[in-house]
Design a protein around this ligand. Structure first.
Ligand SMILES: Cc1ccc([C@@H]2N[C@@H](C)[C@@H](O)[C@H]2O)cc1
Length: 448
């Protein structure tokens, strides 16, 4: 069979230290901020029923109104240090920040377009202030960049005519120049989070996306780029024509979480999630249900238990402050993470049979498995069934390491942990110190 020229160039996970750091984050923050934040999903008292950062595409939004709105972008209360401190308190280990969303407005003073923060009343280099403030707090920074750019006249949804192709060649060069300036101006950046790559114009540019990704990684060694960037020469995205994931991790879990480990196909992956049901930019009215802190902690545990990272989105207001609901969630989640982050940071899929009480995570390179308990059964007996050839040596509450919990053996490979009678109002963590032994696994038997 023909060899794919512009498909994946690596099978399996990246094994370098930058990717190992990414793999261990556990919890991240997404921030969507821009001109769309001025509208908050509303115009003249009417609410757009799509995602607020898409309001430019609303039929009731006159383009002139949106495209001149940047002249009102003047976030009087913006303080990147405050943002970074809130994130630090929440316990996130990385942040993904919108440099340019689909509307094309640049939150850094790009040299390649006038549609930037430099020509708004806010003269600050927002991207620089965010990158510097978060880096100072010890939080790694990743930059969100939308390829699709509604403001640039050379953007094309498809390449049907010669004129389309000539214009899109200019657009591809513009894109390369903007990405180059982002990496050169903000060298602390650890990775790029691409979006807006689903249209035919990009799917027809597989070779270009391959060359551009390799160029970016040469410019910035160790750079991490997810699977949503590339197309192969047949227009396949995420997974190439031979079934191999392109990019350094699977970037398809947007507002959804894998159910089982089989769903992640052995890849690294992140899940990006909104607090309201939908909508990433600031929305004046949150419609429907928005997630409680316990729901967010459970999603975090679920993602880490399946080998991924959970990234929660915040949509700052036009003045640069956060909604009270978002501040509250960051505070409450942070209180839990302060006590329990051992079960989230530098943890991976344990490979034990899932039980109803919650999620297992395994500390990377250590014989420690954590039980993150969300559902205490009326019996207070938590069933534990280690993977083959693994024994539980000791069990204790993360918050009470001195008090060993008793394991009641059920049969040769499962036990009950009897919980002390107490009121369990918060999710909590049990530590299982493990050792090899017990039933030999099939491969062990085969070796002897
Ligand atoms: C159909 C669709 C396209 C793009 C999106 C963007 N991806 C998220 C990360 C947000 O940036 C959202 O605007 C959402 C839905």
């Amino acid at each position: 069979p023909k060899v794919l020229q512009h498909g994946a160039h690596r099978v399996g996970k990246r094994t370098d230290v930058e990717m190992a750091t990414w793999r261990g984050y556990g919890m991240g923050q997404f921030i969507h901020w821009g001109v769309y934040s001025l509208f908050g999903g509303e115009l003249n008292g009417n609410y757009y029923n799509g995602a607020a950062e898409w309001i430019r595409s609303w039929k009731d939004m006159p383009n002139g109104v949106y495209d001149s709105a940047y002249k009102q972008f003047n976030p009087s209360s913006f303080d990147a240090t405050q943002w970074a401190k809130m994130a630090k308190q929440m316990g996130v280990r990385y942040v993904t920040f919108t440099t340019k969303h689909h509307d094309g407005f640049c939150l850094w003073p790009s040299k390649y377009t006038d549609y930037t923060i430099a020509n708004s009343p806010c003269k600050k280099d927002i991207v620089k202030q965010v990158v510097d403030a978060y880096t100072k707090e010890g939080i790694d920074v990743y930059l969100y960049f939308s390829i699709m750019d509604w403001h640039n006249p050379d953007w094309r949804y498809d390449l049907k005519t010669k004129e389309d192709s000539v214009a899109f060649e200019r657009f591809k060069l513009f894109t390369k120049k903007q990405l180059t300036e982002l990496l050169q101006q903000y060298p602390q950046t650890k990775g790029l989070w691409f979006d807006g790559t689903w249209d035919n114009s990009w799917k027809k540019s597989g070779a270009f996306t391959d060359t551009l990704e390799q160029y970016l990684k040469t410019l910035h060694p160790g750079l991490i780029i997810g699977s949503r960037f590339r197309a192969d020469e047949f227009g396949n995205r995420h997974v190439d024509a031979t079934g191999v994931l392109m990019g350094d991790y699977e970037q398809g879990w947007e507002r959804k979480i894998p159910k089982t480990y089989a769903d992640v196909h052995g890849n690294d992956w992140d899940c990006v999630m909104t607090i309201p049901e939908n909508g990433w930019g600031y929305q004046k009215k949150w419609l429907g249900h928005w997630k409680t802190t316990n729901e967010i902690l459970e999603m975090t545990a679920q993602c880490v238990s399946l080998g991924g990272n959970f990234v929660l989105n915040f949509g700052p207001k036009p003045d640069g402050t956060f909604r009270p609901e978002e501040v509250e969630i960051a505070k409450e989640a942070g209180e839990w993470m302060k006590i329990n982050n051992a079960a989230i940071y530098n943890c991976e899929y344990a490979g034990w049979e899932k039980q109803d009480w919650g999620y297992y995570t395994k500390k990377t390179n250590e014989n420690k498995v954590y039980m993150i308990v969300f559902n205490v059964p009326v019996s207070r007996s938590l069933k534990v069934k280690p993977s083959k050839n693994t024994l539980v040596d000791k069990a204790y509450l993360l918050t009470a390491p001195g008090k060993t919990l008793s394991l009641e053996k059920l049969d040769y490979d499962a036990s009950f942990i009897q919980l002390p009678s107490a009121q369990y109002k918060q999710p909590f963590v049990i530590v299982l110190e493990t050792k090899e032994g017990g039933e030999k696994s099939d491969e062990q038997k085969a070796k002897t």
